[in-house]
Write a protein that binds this ligand. Structure first.
Ligand code: ADP
Ligand code: ASP
Ligand code: MG
Length: 432
C-alpha cells in the first residue's frame, strides 16, 4: 500500500517568527516519520501581508493591482523558504515552491483571483524524490496572450504574459484545499491558532464552544459573514470536491473540528453559530431621483471595479426621491467614494454619506428557515441590550444585522447566551 498523502496548512500566526517556524518544522518531520507524503502550504509570517499593504499605501493611495499582487506574494515566499530551511536543518528533505512553480493557475483578477487549474506534475515529481513539498499559499499565475500589436489572430507563436496573482485575504486556505482536491489527498489539515471551529469567535466570546463537526454549508455561511478562521472559497472548494477539512491547533495536540457533509442537517433546528464582521462600511445616497435605471447607474461601475456589494436597502420614495443604502467592505470605501462622488452630482442626488463605524452580526444555522421565531428572538435580544439595528438581511440559513461597531461584543455575547450555544447538544438533549 502506498503511503498516505497529507496536505497540511499553517496560518500566519503558526509561522510568525523563527521559533514558531522551527516548531512547525518539527511537527512536519514527526508526521513524515509516521510514513506520510506531505504537501505543506504556508501563509505569510504573522502580520506580513498587512505590513506589505501598509507599505504600498504609504507610497500611493491607488496602488497598481498587478504590482500589489507581486508584492503580496513575497510574504508567502519568505515563509515557504524558511520552513524548508528549518526542515533541512533537522535532516528532513524538503523543497519550497511558489504557487506558480506548484502549477497553480488562476484567472486574471488581481487581488481576488480564482484558481483555474493545477498542473500537479512538479509536486508529484518532488514527492517521488521523497521530499516534503512546501507551497507558498495565496497565489498563482494567470496566463494571457500579449496584445496583438500587428492585429492578426491569436496563434501558437504568440508570446504569453505570465502574471503573479493573489487569491484574496485568507487565500492560503484555498491553496491547501485546492491542492488536496487535485492530489486526491487522504487528509487536508488546516493548522491555526485556535483548536477548531467554535460557536462564535473565541477571542470575543469566552463561553464559545468548539464544534466537533460542522457542515460545509453552515461553515461557508459563517465564513462569509466574517468568521475568518476559514476562507469562504476554501470551504466551497472542499464542498464541491468532497474534501473533508480538519481545522486544528498548531500549538497543542488536541482534537480539531471536521468540516464535512453534515449527515444530521435535516434533523437539526437550531442556531449553529454566530459570526461578526468589522470590515464593513455603510454608504447612503441621500435623495436620489426615484427613477428606472438609477440603481444600475450606481451598481454597474462599483461592480466593474470589483467592489462587492453586500446588503442593499432602498427606502420608500417620497416626493420623487429615495434614499439608497448599501454595505461594502470597509477596505474598499475609498475606492467606492472615488466612483460615487461624481455620480452623485450627475444623478442629482442630495449627498453621499458614509459610515465606517458599523459592523455585521449574524446568526447561522441550517434549521433557521423552517422555524419561525428566530428573527424575533434575535431582534428582541438586541433590543434588550439597547442595541439599535440599522439594516437587516436574511438567507435560508442566516439572519444578519448591521449595528454600531462599538456594540459588537455586547451583541455577540448576548446572542450566544440567548441561543444557548455554550451548551453541548448531548447535554441539551438530556436536559430537555
Ligand atoms: P491563520 O493565520 O491560521 O489563517 P486566522 O487569523 O485567519 O488564522 O483565523 C483564526 C482566527 O479566527 C482565530 O484566532 C479566531 O479569533 C478567529 N475566529 C473567528 N470566528 C471563529 C470561529 N467561529 N471559530 C474559531 N475561530 C474563529
Ligand atoms: N497572507 C494572506 C493573508 O494574510 C493569506 C493567508 O494568510 O491565508 O490574507
Ligand atoms: Mg486565515
Amino acid at each position: 500500500m502506498s503511503s498516505p498523502l497529507v496536505v497540511m496548512k499553517f496560518g500566519g500566526s503558526s509561522v510568525a517568527n523563527a521559533d514558531r517556524i522551527r516548531r512547525v518544522a518539527r511537527r512536519i518531520a514527526r508526521e513524515r516519520a509516521s510514513g506520510s507524503q506531505l504537501v505543506v502550504v504556508v501563509s505569510a509570517m504573522g502580520d506580513t501581508t498587512d505590513e506589505l499593504l501598509a507599505l504600498a499605501a504609504a507610497i500611493t493611495d491607488d496602488p497598481d493591482p498587478r504590482e500589489l499582487d507581486v508584492l503580496l506574494a513575497t510574504g508567502e515566499h519568505q515563509s515557504a523558504t524558511l520552513v524548508s530551511m528549518a526542515l533541512h536543518s533537522i535532516g528532513a528533505p524538503a523543497i519550497s515552491l511558489t504557487g506558480p512553480q506548484a502549477g497553480i493557475t488562476t484567472d486574471g483578477t488581481y487581488g481576488k483571483a480564482r484558481i483555474a487549474g493545477i498542473d500537479p506534475r512538479r509536486v508529484h515529481a518532488e514527492l517521488a524524490q521523497g521530499k516534503v513539498v512546501i507551497v507558498a499559499g495565496f497565489q498563482g499565475r494567470s496566463v494571457k496572450p500579449l496584445e496583438h500589436l500587428d492585429g492578426d489572430a491569436p496563434g501558437a507563436s504568440d508570446v504569453h504574459a505570465a502574471e503573479i496573482t493573489t487569491l484574496g485575504r485568507g487565500g492560503s486556505d484555498t491553496t491547501a484545499v485546492a491542492l488536496a482536491a487535485q492530489l486526491k489527498a487522504d487528509r487536508c489539515q488546516i493548522f491555526t491558532d485556535v483548536k477548531g471551529i467554535y460557536t462564535a469567535d473565541p477571542r470575543l466570546v469566552p463561553d464559545a464552544r468548539q464544534l466537533p463537526v460542522i457542515g460545509y454549508e453552515e461553515m461557508m455561511e459563517l465564513a462569509h459573514q466574517g468568521a475568518q478562521v476559514m476562507n469562504v472559497r476554501a470551504v466551497e472548494l472542499g464542498w464541491v470536491n468532497d474534501v473533508v477539512i480538519e481545522v486544528l491547533s498548531s500549538f497543542e495536540d488536541a482534537p480539531g473540528t471536521e468540516i464535512r457533509e453534515d449527515p444530521f442537517v435535516e434533523q437539526r433546528n437550531k442556531v449553529r453559530g454566530l459570526a461578526h464582521d468589522r470590515n464593513v462600511a455603510k454608504v447612503t445616497l441621500v435623495a436620489v431621483p426615484d427613477q428606472p435605471g438609477v440603481a444600475r447607474r450606481v451598481f454597474d461601475p462599483l461592480a466593474a471595479s470589483g467592489i462587492t456589494i453586500d446588503m442593499i436597502v432602498q427606502n420608500v420614495g417620497h416626493g420623487g426621491a429615495t434614499d439608497l443604502s448599501f454595505t461594502i467592505p470597509r477596505v474598499e470605501l475609498a475606492k467606492a467614494k472615488r466612483i460615487l462622488e461624481p455620480l452623485v452630482r450627475e444623478l442629482g442626488a442630495r449627498e453621499l454619506t458614509t459610515d465606517s463605524s458599523v459592523a455585521k452580526v449574524s446568526i447561522v444555522g441550517a434549521g433557521i428557515q423552517n422555524a419561525p421565531g428566530y428573527a424575533a428572538r434575535m431582534f428582541g435580544t438586541l433590543a434588550d441590550a439597547g442595541i439599535n439595528i440599522e439594516m437587516i438581511s436574511t438567507s435560508e440559513i442566516r439572519i444578519t444585522t448591521i449595528i454600531a461597531e462599538d456594540r459588537v461584543e455586547d451583541a455577540v455575547r448576548a446572542l450566544h447566551a440567548q441561543f444557548a450555544l455554550e451548551v453541548p447538544e448531548a447535554a441539551e438533549a438530556a436536559a430537555g
